[in-house]
Design a protein around this ligand. Structure first.
Ligand code: NAD
Length: 237
């Protein structure tokens, strides 16, 4: 993991939204964005108390919390609109909110209530965030960066967790179709495995956050539509 004290600040002056920012990868990324000089980091989540605590710990002048359920497009639009109204622009959308539930289903025993709930967050919610962030960036003339959290299972399959795996394959599709549409905006799907998924590989939230900082900063401005594996070699290439 990067030692941020010895690094050039990569996000000086940028305005960012992080969905699912109240915990895990989103929380770690909010802290990294602030450490890298972001002017404003807006944490969007449904866990209000946790989100407010994270924002307060980063600092009221740099970070604020907005309740946003990504399954509701109106809430997503209002999140983006209020960020642009308050800070004048949107440079970075880290579309990260997602769930992995414990129903260990194969295609043969798929529960479609659980399927719909998971897709509403992991696919439709992510698409709503990409849509409204891209609209704001295009309207504002900002060459921004939109990073979506996919998974190591976006490019592989196992018999179980069928709905989750399908949803993470869809995130890569979302990045591809978005990239064809508005070339001023950069879209990146990001693959990751985090702690606990594999004995040999423990990828921590901060490893993923380091990669998101890179994908969000100007130094990666010619990287778009790419899927960056942050998996410590979990998946041989
Ligand atoms: P996490 O549970 O710590 O964080 C997810 C956050 O999303 C939570 O704060 C949660 O409240 C929020 N959220 C859930 N539903 C929401 C909704 N409807 N609207 C807004 N926010 C909502 O988990 P994490 O591991 O940090 O996961 C972040 C992303 O990383 C997810 O997309 C997940 O699929 C992906 N991912 C995680 C792993 C892993 O091993 N942790 C591996 C691969 C991919």
């Amino acid at each position: 993991m990067a030692d941020h004290t010895s690094f050039k600040k990569k996000l000086e002056g940028k305005v960012a939204i992080i969905t699912g920012g109240a915990s895990g990868i989103g929380e770690a990324t909010a802290r990294h964005f602030a450490n890298h000089g972001a002017r404003a980091v807006v944490i969007a989540d449904i866990q209000d108390e946790k989100g407010q605590l994270v924002a307060a710990s980063i600092g009221v002048h740099r970070c604020n919390y907005i309740h946003c359920d990504v399954t509701d497009e109106h809430q997503v639009k209002s999140l983006v609109d209020s960020t642009v109204r308050t800070y004048g622009r949107l440079d970075i959308m880290f579309s990260n909110a997602g769930i992995f539930h414990s129903l260990d289903q194969s295609i043969l025993d798929l529960d479609f209530c659980a399927f719909d709930r998971l897709f509403a967050i992991n696919v439709r919610g992510m698409a709503a965030c990409v849509k409204h962030a891209a609209l704001a960036m295009v309207e504002g003339g900002v060459r921004g960066s939109i990073v979506c959290t996919a998974s190591v299972v976006s490019t592989m399959a196992t018999p179980n967790h069928a709905d989750y795996i399908m949803s993470k394959h869809a995130v890569l599709g979302l990045v591809s179709v978005s990239q064809c549409t508005t070339r001023r905006v950069r879209y990146t799907g990001q693959l990751c495995v985090a702690g606990g998924h594999c004995d040999a590989v423990v990828v921590q939230c901060a490893h993923v956050a380091d990669a998101v900082v890179f994908l969000a900063c100007d130094e990666s401005e010619f990287i778009t539509g790419h899927n960056l594996a942050v998996d410590g070699g979990y998946q041989p290439r």
